[in-house]
Design a protein around this ligand. Structure first.
Ligand SMILES: [Zn+2]
Ligand SMILES: [Zn+2]
Length: 114
């Protein structure tokens, strides 16, 4: 599932998180939001709706140390990370599965890449 960004304010809708406060369950794809969905940040004032959002390319994250690529679409099922888990949603103690085992290379060492 893709993330969507509100062009006026930069708010990002993450399907993996949803908006529980607004009655949108985690796992709700942007396409499945109601037609009257409005941006929770700027939509209240300006009625900014779905048409103001654009799809973000799925970002891969590359480990600076070993070039391992984290692909959110795949996750790391072997390590208990389900496919579709956004990099932002990885636990804070996530380490690179290739080189992090030895040297505790964590999320800080990863850079977004296309
Ligand atoms: Zn907005
Ligand atoms: Zn690494």
């Amino acid at each position: 599932m893709s993330n969507y960004r509100c062009s006026p304010c930069g708010y990002i809708y993450y399907p993996s998180r949803g908006e529980p406060k607004n009655g949108i369950a985690p796992g709700t794809a942007f396409e499945d939001l109601p037609d009257d969905y409005i941006c929770p940040v700027c939509g209240v004032r300006a009625k900014v709706g779905k048409s103001a959002f654009y799809e973000m390319e799925t970002m891969l994250y590359r480990c600076n140390a070993c070039n391992y690529l984290y692909d959110p679409a795949r996750g790391e099922p072997k390590n208990g990370i389900a496919p579709g888990t956004a990099f932002e949603d990885l636990p804070d103690d996530y380490v690179c599965p290739v080189c992090g085992v030895y040297v505790k290379i964590g999320k800080d060492a990863f850079v977004p890449t296309m």
